[in-house]
Design a protein around this ligand. Structure first.
Ligand SMILES: [Zn+2]
Ligand SMILES: [Zn+2]
Length: 151
């Protein structure tokens, strides 16, 4: 797994990718990457767009386009959450965590577990290098569970 999570390293990964794929190295793309890196948690394109308006004006189209690039070079992941707009999260500089997903309302809670972590880190796959991972546990949140009881 990637050990050095400093922003310079992340930036280099992106730069290398952009050069290799012959995409332009625009300041907007780096501003988006930096914003994602500096913030914790899940986000969708709109949330990122609104949050960025204060310090850097980028269009929603540029955000969508850059998210695709960041997905392609594995600097972010798209979560398979239900009933929501596409939710993204950075894959670096993040403590490893898993997700409890309510299959009714889509509420997401994070948790981490040392045992799971140790087990996965002890795994060695021939010809496969793990860069990041997450587990998704699906079920009902308390709110939805109580609502079901009532009806
Ligand atoms: Zn729920
Ligand atoms: Zn998460």
């Amino acid at each position: 797994m990637r050990e050095d999570n400093s922003y310079e390293v992340i930036r280099d990964v992106f730069t290398e990718y952009l050069i290799k794929k012959q995409h332009r190295k625009t300041p907007e793309r780096y501003a988006i990457l930096e914003h994602i890196y500096l913030h914790e948690g899940h986000f969708d394109a709109e949330l990122l767009y609104n949050a960025m308006q204060k310090d850097y004006r980028v269009s929603l189209a540029t955000i969508y386009n850059t998210l695709e690039l960041l997905l392609d070079c594995s600097l972010i992941v798209k979560h398979p959450f239900v009933g929501q707009t596409a939710q993204f999260e950075k894959t670096f500089g993040n403590s490893i965590h898993h997700h409890l997903v309510c299959s009714k309302c889509g509420a997401v809670k994070e948790f981490s577990d040392k045992k799971i972590r140790t087990t996965i880190q002890a795994k060695n796959f021939a010809s496969f290098e793990i860069t990041h991972y997450s587990l998704y546990l699906y079920g009902l949140c308390n709110k939805c569970k109580n609502e079901r009881k009532k009806s």
